[in-house]
Design a protein around this ligand. Structure first.
Ligand code: PLP
Length: 456
């Protein structure tokens, strides 16, 4: 093992990190960690600190760390057949088995799954499939995609454009021209304080319809949305939101892409969030929970309606010109098969449905009355604590004060990892789905103490 100092030097000299202040990191000012192991909900860093990871990496290690069943499946696959491609109808036992397992779990109206590597490339695939779909249908003008402010759909060219957070656009010349953003379904941050939740949802729907009218429905191909807003603030949809949005999409022949990268495979206490919210998506994006991040793998699940047109398209034009070398990579697929079996055998969807609400409720009990806590919300194993400078006037903290990063750092000193969400003072929690009530209590104690340390 290298000495710690040597590894840090190499890290600063050689590693261009994602989503990092590059200059500060190169100067050694970023408090990064080098992780050496993990077990259950805990990770261990090279300094020997053991931390409860209440964000499951990046909401992805859903089964928890150190699952030998998945590690063994990966090793066996690597020994037997590390790689073969999936072009021109090829496959491996692992990739075919995983496609069957995914479709067994997906809503009934879904038909087939395409496998990619991560959530961003899956959303790039989705947009290409939507464009292809409308070209085959003879609607070449119907191509724009509507997303929502505060959405997160990845950081590629198109997926980064679909994302509705400034950080991912600024200085990158994004969003691209084919993308429009509509109102974020973020009730707590509504403009009009007096507005009820159903009225706010009706306003979001009216804004969407207005945008469609302005652009022309004949130019809009799809609406993409996380069933529940994730990185933009961990915000459950306001009452009546989906009921108001979906008829508008149907009326204007606009496809619904449900981005279930976070919510897929149990995080909200259901296998998928779409059916739980009454959605019948045309395409679903999956990643993270598909393999619990033991290997990179994502997917685009298409409905029968979309599939029929794709079939017609290839009958008319020959093989579809889309694919990656690593589409349906056998090692990712083997990890996925073992992971989905574990989710079932450990009852993790059910655990998310009970321990998740316990975490949110206990957080409310512990912090709900704090003068600087404006909102505590959640669904399944996703919880957020939103901080506010003044509750009555709804004044937010000056971002330069970096209140949430300070709180998250104070939690780290207490052995718990949470995430400072972008664009606001929001502490995010997305623990592994195997979190126990005792571990939830540990998270709550660390949060309460850290909030008190920073805000009194
Ligand atoms: N979609 C959603 C809802 C996500 O939360 C993420 C990542 O957090 C992505 C897409 C992008 O996935 P990836 O980082 O694997 O490219």
């Amino acid at each position: 093992m290298l000495t710690n100092d040597q590894l840090s030097q190499w890290d600063r000299d050689s590693f261009l990190h994602p989503s990092t202040h590059l200059a500060q990191h190169a100067r050694g000012e970023v408090q990064g960690r080098i992780i050496i192991g993990g077990e259950g909900c805990y990770i261990t860093d090279r300094d020997g600190s053991r931390l409860l990871d209440a964000f499951a990496g990046l909401y992805c290690v859903n089964v928890g760390y150190g699952r030998t069943e998945i590690a063994d499946a990966i090793a066996e696959q690597a020994r037997e057949l590390a790689y073969y491609h999936a072009y021109m109808g090829h496959g491996t036992e692992a990739s075919v088995t995983l496609s069957k397992m995914v479709m067994d779990r997906a809503p009934d109206h879904m038909s087939k799954v395409y496998f990619g590597q991560g959530g961003s490339d899956a959303n790039e695939t989705n947009v290409k499939l939507v464009w292809y779909y409308n070209n085959i249908r003879g609607l070449p003008r119907k191509k724009k995609i509507i997303s929502r402010w505060r959405a997160y759909h990845g950081s590629g060219l198109m997926s980064g454009s679909l994302t509705g957070l400034n950080l991912f656009h600024r200085k990158f010349d994004l969003p691209l021209d084919m993308v429009r953003h509509t109102t974020s379904p973020y009730y707590y941050r509504r403009d009009t304080r007096e507005m009820s939740e159903p009225l706010f949802s009706a306003q979001c729907a009216a804004d969407l319809e207005q945008l469609i009218d302005t652009e022309g429905a004949d130019t809009i191909a799809a609406f993409i949305a996380e069933p529940m807003l994730g990185t933009g603030g961990i915000v459950p949809p306001p009452e009546g939101y989906w009921e108001a949005i979906t008829p508008i999409l149907e009326k204007h022949d606009i496809l619904l892409i449900a981005d279930e990268v976070i919510t897929g495979f149990g995080r909200l206490g259901h296998m998928f969030a779409s059916p739980a919210y009454g959605l019948t998506p045309d395409i679903m994006t999956i990643a993270k929970g598909l393999t619990s991040a033991y290997a990179p793998l994502s997917g685009s699940i298409v409905s029968e309606k979309v599939w029929k047109v794709l079939e017609q398209g290839t009958d008319e034009n020959g093989p579809i010109g889309h694919g990656w070398t690593y589409s349906a990579h056998p090692i990712g697929a083997a990890a996925g098969v073992a992971n989905l079996k574990l989710i079932d055998s450990l009852g993790l969807v059910e655990n998310a449905a009970t321990v998740g609400p316990y975490l949110t409720a206990q957080m409310q009990a512990a912090l709900g009355d704090h003068a600087h806590v404006g909102d505590i919300r959640g669904e399944g194993m996703l919880t957020a604590v939103e901080l506010i400078a003044d509750r009555d006037s709804r004044t937010y903290f000056d971002p330069d004060r970096k209140i949430t990063p300070q709180i998250v750092a104070a939690m780290g000193r207490r052995g718990v990892i949470a995430r400072a969400m972008p664009q606001g003072d929001i502490i995010g929690f997305a623990p592994p789905l195997c979190l126990t009530r005792e571990e939830a209590d540990t998270v709550i104690t660390a949060t309460t103490e850290a909030v008190a340390e920073v805000l009194g």
